[in-house]
Structures are given as structure tokens and as C-alpha cells.
Design a protein around this ligand. Structure first.
Ligand code: SAM
Length: 243
């Protein structure tokens, strides 16, 4: 089965592959205009930037879908759970999760930044839900992940896909993690995939009392152009309520 649901999901941070490709072309021009060792160095640089653009596009168009299909399948959902995706963009995680939750409830929150994902909007997310025939079970809300409009302990599963790192202030990232933890029900599960700050999220979750917060690599499917920007999976659960 293809990892990609129906619909259109844009390109994450589209300026990154564009800058890499422009840099590669500039280095090829510099190589043409030079000779000897500099020419070879320019060509090597161009090759690296071109490879970076290709690996980045593979991850945003294919790899991250495969990562999330694995992560969500491994949750072994019963099918009736509620799932919140934080910084959902055009709804990739929700569209992969929806067939696993035929009687469940799915909610996405976002501020719809088109700097972070091309063509990002609530209309684009809703159109993807319609394309996958799940519009009746998936709801999108406009909200900042640091202050979410949900009751405490209202979701069985809370996910975030390359969204939290967009918050630059560590204190505000910690607040986003605290919000994710707050809305997770006792016994519920948290799965965060991000290309930066995974250890920070794990520590934040540990200090909130999460059970066994852990970080794992995701291989080539999670690599945003080069090994320095490789997504990691942060997993944790909220303790069961005391009986
Ligand atoms: C790189 S995109 C990823 C979108 C989606 N999770 C995916 O993997 O396809 C990052 C998303 O985070 C959202 N975002 C950034 N800061 C946010 C915030 N403070 N609250 C909610 N969403 C935010 C952006 O609008 C964008 O949709």
C-alpha cells in the first residue's frame, strides 16, 4: 500500500530546497568560470547541495508519510480513540490516522503558516479530508499549540509532526509540550516527530511526569537534506489515573 493518502500536502519550508538548488546552480556557474582545484571544489559543493535538495524533497513528499504510517501502525489502535495532531498543516498525520480510527475522533490545530508549509490553510486541510472521505470524523481548528482550546485530558493520542521546532523560544516550546501533556488523557500516548530539540522534548515530558519518554531515529525517511537535520521520534505516555 502507498504510504501517501489521497490529496495534496505541499512542501515543508519550501525555501529550503529552493535555496539548495539555487546554491547548486551558482556553484556550477562558478566551476565553469574557474579551473584547477577550485573548479573541483565548486563541483563537489554543487553536487552536495543538489543531493541535499533531492533528499529533502524525498522526505517532504514521501519519507515523512512512511515514518508516520509506521509510527501510527505501531500504536495498535483499537479504532475508537480520539487523536489530536498539533501543527497539523494540510493534515498528513490525520489522513494516515483516519483509516485506523473508523469510529474515532480526529482533530488538528494549526496557525496555517505558509512559510512552514506551502499552500497551508484550513481549506487545503479540509479538502484533503474530503478527498479521503473522512470529513465527517476530522475537525480542524485555528489555534496556537502553546494555548490550545481543549479540556484537560481530552485525547487518547496526541501527535506533532515537524511542527514544534517552528517555535524559536525554548520556553514557548516547553509550553507547547506542557499543553500536549495537559490534553492527553491518563494512559494516553504522545508521539512527536521533529528535526530538532527531540532531547529537549523528552526532558520536558519527563519533568511533567510522563512514563518512559524516549527518543529514536527514523533513518533516511526522516532526513531533511542531510544527517544534521534528521527527524527523531519522541514517544511517551501519561500515567494511568490512580484507582
Ligand atoms: C513543517 S509544517 C508541518 C505540517 C504537518 N504537521 C506535516 O507534517 O505535514 C509545520 C506546521 O506547524 C504549524 N505551526 C507553527 N507554529 C505553530 C504554532 N505556534 N501553533 C500551531 N501550529 C504551528 C505551521 O503552521 C505548519 O503547519
Amino acid at each position: 500500500m502507498s504510504a501517501k493518502p489521497r490529496g495534496s500536502y505541499g512542501i515543508d519550508a519550501p525555501y529550503v530546497p529552493i535555496l539548495s538548488a539555487v546554491g547548486a546552480v551558482a556553484l556550477v556557474v562558478a566551476a565553469i568560470l574557474s579551473s584547477g582545484t577550485s573548479q573541483i571544489l565548486y563541483l563537489i559543493g554543487a553536487l552536495l547541495l543538489f543531493a541535499q535538495a533531492v533528499i529533502y524533497l524525498r522526505t517532504t513528499l514521501i519519507g515523512k508519510f512512511a515514518c508516520w504510517r509506521r509510527v501510527l501502525t505501531e500504536l495498535q489502535l483499537d479504532g475508537d480513540e480520539s487523536l489530536l495532531d498539533v501543527g497539523c498543516g494540510r493534515g498528513m498525520v490525520l489522513m494516515i490516522a483516519a483509516p485506523l480510527l473508523p469510529t474515532g475522533r480526529l482533530v488538528g490545530v494549526d496557525i496555517w503558516s505558509s512559510h512552514d508549509q506551502s499552500g497551508n490553510s484550513v481549506a487545503a486541510a479540509e479538502s484533503n479530508a474530503a478527498a479521503n472521505s473522512v470529513a465527517d470524523r476530522v475537525r480542524f481548528e485555528t489555534a496556537d499549540m502553546t494555548d490550545m482550546p481543549f479540556e484537560d485530558e481530552s485525547f487518547d493520542v496526541v501527535t506533532a509532526s515537524v511542527s514544534i521546532h517552528n517555535i524559536k523560544d525554548p520556553a514557548m516550546r516547553a509550553r507547547a509540550i506542557a499543553e500536549i501533556y495537559r490534553v492527553t488523557r491518563p494512559g494516553g500516548r504522545i508521539r512527536i516527530v521533529d528535526l530538532a530539540h527531540a532531547d529537549e522534548y523528552r526532558e520536558n515530558l519527563a519533568s511533567l511526569g510522563a512514563v518512559e519518554p524516549a527518543v529514536a531515529g527514523l533513518g533516511l525517511d526522516g532526513m531533511w537534506g542531510n544527517p544534521f537535520y534528521a527527524s527523531k521520534l519522541v514517544s511517551a505516555s501519561k500515567p494511568e489515573a490512580a484507582s
